[in-house]
Design a protein around this ligand. Sequence first.
Ligand code: NAD
Ligand code: LMR
Length: 328
Amino acid sequence: MSRTPVTVTITGAGGQIGYATMFRIASGAMLGADQPVRLRLLEIPQGMRGAEGAALELADCAFPLLAGVELSDDPGAAFDGANLAMLIGSRPRTAGMERGDLLSANGAIFGPQGRAIGERAADDVRVIVVGNPANTNALIAQQHAPDVPADRFTALTRLDHNRAVGLLAAEAGAPVSDVDGITIWGNHSATQYPDLSDATIAGRAALDVVDADWARGAYIDRVAKRGAEIIEVRGGSSVASAANAAIDHVRDWVLGTGERRTSAAVVSRGEYGVPEGLVSSFPVRSTGGAWEVVEGLAVDAFSRERIGASVAELVSERDAVRELGLLG
Ligand code: NAD
Ligand code: LMR
């Protein structure tokens, strides 16, 4: 294998999504079967034993593509030379915690990590934030790395997108591979808007195949609240599907989507009236290693209202972290 290994830093590597992600990366599922990878696992001291255990298991898999595994509890060391940064570890909300407490606790994580990325990562670094609240955590990290092009910071809404594809395909009785053109707009939260206006199933408008009231009612609720549904049924938040979505996001970003569309939360340049600088989910394609927002889609009054509601939530999260002094 003569290609230079890609350095992938995974934060929260001792946690559940980290564990579900790293073996697939090491097997080649994210960057391809001919691309060696070096894994850097970042944890806090309390999570280090879990990360150490995962590293032992990685060794026991004898993955031919795995060029090395290093563990650290220091963001500077963990992001040094990183080509890909997968920011999974975050502070979950616990009983009695107010929203401001959660935003502050995460600001204390994503500010220093963003700064370390700015100072130490490779010039081509690409960042995906999975840890919640993912969009606003990505904004905090991006604001602490002013020398890194803003379009290298993204947040995960691919899980919402994949959920939206799966639930539409099930309703239509069609294979998932027939579905295209779904968009997740806005925040990775219950305000997100899974939009079927432009979706197709085997080339037919999805809104001609499924009931339009369902598409603009129960479907939106089911997709937007799927995270809560998983928590209720499984007794814990999504893990394998989140890891799978993070891998889909990075693979498509790096290797390209072709003409196929997907959704990702990227830094707004003002597209579709979303205020510049917010990390919001859009319809995207990736070519040449960069996400491009798909522009020119028709947005009717219903969609405009739904997008507006989710974007308003992003604005209020941004204002809250700004007031807490977390934007650097
Ligand atoms: P988990 O609690 O199992 O693991 C999180 C790990 O992060 C822990 O091991 C913890 O020690 C570590 N950690 C905390 N602070 C850290 C820091 N400063 N640096 C490095 N590591 C740190 O949680 P999980 O199930 O793996 O979920 C991780 C996050 O992903 C949560 O915030 C969850 O809400 C979020 N999530 C997002 C999506 C999405 O679609 N965006 C989907 C599912 C879950
Ligand atoms: C998910 O979407 O599964 C996670 O973000 C967990 C949650 O709180 O919804």
